[in-house]
Design a protein around this ligand. Structure first.
Ligand SMILES: [Zn+2]
Length: 342
């Protein structure tokens, strides 16, 4: 933590009373690794305090696959990560639960449990077998990020660069069929990491709200991982939401502006462009996974511990309590409500 955080009572109160949703967290990479080393109750022992103190309620756990596992080990790794979450929940039933529906999310909120949703971050675990989608649905996966920043059978990922690199292909036929089937099953399509061509292919097909779980504004930070204004407007027209990403690389191109206040500028920008209903959190905290702690790439918030600073900045910029309620959770909850219980 960067120095002690003194939080005013109003911020504390808001964070306690409003549901907080994080639409993207790679926690399972760490949990699966530690369980393989023989540890148990990893979330309860190492994460729960922070969750409780920050007041986060609903967390989307991505199934992220390091490129060294692709393609052969992708399915196994995905199953291992899902299994790790199941076991963690079994070991800490008082505090954690898996959410397969909006009713489950409501249950988690009512019973003061941390509710986890499962999400693909790239559909490599399916290989080119679309029938496996239904199996993963049965296992509890409810969000489908079609690609990570690489190519797979569904489409092409965006590069981590300021200019367009790579092949520039859109969705494959497999990718298009996947969007249709996922929506039919009641899964949410997530366009974060897709390249621009794939993005527009999704928008032609999708019928339900489409989200970008962890992407910022390209107008404020030139980065292919961020969204152009037309893309933000298009997502909003579906009723989708954009989750703000704390990765410094996506916050600003200027070193001196890589901080959480600049990330709040991205919220301001989206609110001005399309309204308050379309922005949320997808923090994508990764500092805990970075081996090089002095990396140039870092999270502009020090995990959930610094979330109060972020909320305080929203308060300072004049957002009303109702506005803040939407940003910290309600906007994503609305999407979950619309899509998951179909
Ligand atoms: Zn990501």
């Amino acid at each position: 933590m960067r120095g002690g955080i003194i939080i005013n009572e109003r911020v504390k109160d808001l964070m306690n009373k409003f549901p907080i949703v994080d639409a993207h967290y790679d926690i399972l990479v760490d949990v699966t690794k530690k369980r393989a080393q023989g540890k148990t109750k990893v979330i309860e022992r190492e994460y729960l305090n922070e969750f409780r103190e920050s007041g986060v309620n609903i967390i989307v756990c991505s199934i992220f696959l390091d490129s060294i596992y692709v393609p052969e080990m992708a399915l196994r790794q995905a199953l291992n990560q899902i299994n790790a979450l199941y076991l963690e929940i079994e070991e800490s039933p008082e505090d954690l639960m898996l959410c397969r529906s909006y009713d489950d999310i409501t249950k988690a909120l009512d019973n003061n449990k941390i509710g986890f949703l499962l999400s693909f971050e790239g559909v490599e675990p399916l290989g080119n077998d679309i029938n496996l989608l239904k199996i993963f649905y049965e296992l509890g996966v409810r969000l489908v990020g079609l690609v990570w920043s690489r190519r797979n059978y569904a489409g092409d990922g965006s590069s981590f660069t300021t200019d367009h690199r790579g092949t520039g292909s859109g969705l494959t036929e497999f990718g298009k069929e996947l969007v249709k089937r996922a929506e039919k099953l009641g899964m949410i399509i997530d366009v974060s990491h897709l390249n621009d061509e794939g993005f527009w292919d999704v928008m032609k097909i999708a019928k339900n709200p489409v989200i970008a779980s962890h992407s910022n504004c390209r107008e404020l930070c030139k980065q292919m991982r961020n969204l152009r204004d037309e893309q933000i407007q298009s997502l909003a027209s579906t009723g989708g939401v954009i989750g703000m990403n704390t990765c410094s690389k996506f916050v600003s191109n200027k070193e001196e502006d890589k901080n959480y206040k600049t990330l709040v500028n991205h919220i301001d920008y989206i609110v001005k462009l399309i309204g308050i209903e379309y922005v949320g959190f997808g923090f994508d905290f990764c500092d805990f996974l970075r081996e090089n702690k002095k990396s140039e790439v870092f999270d502009v918030l020090d995990s959930y511990k610094e979330l109060p600073l972020f909320v305080e900045e929203l308060v300072n910029r004049g957002y009303s309590d109702e506005d803040i309620k939407k940003i910290v959770g309600d906007n994503f909850l609305n999407v979950f409500k619309k899509v998951l219980n179909k």
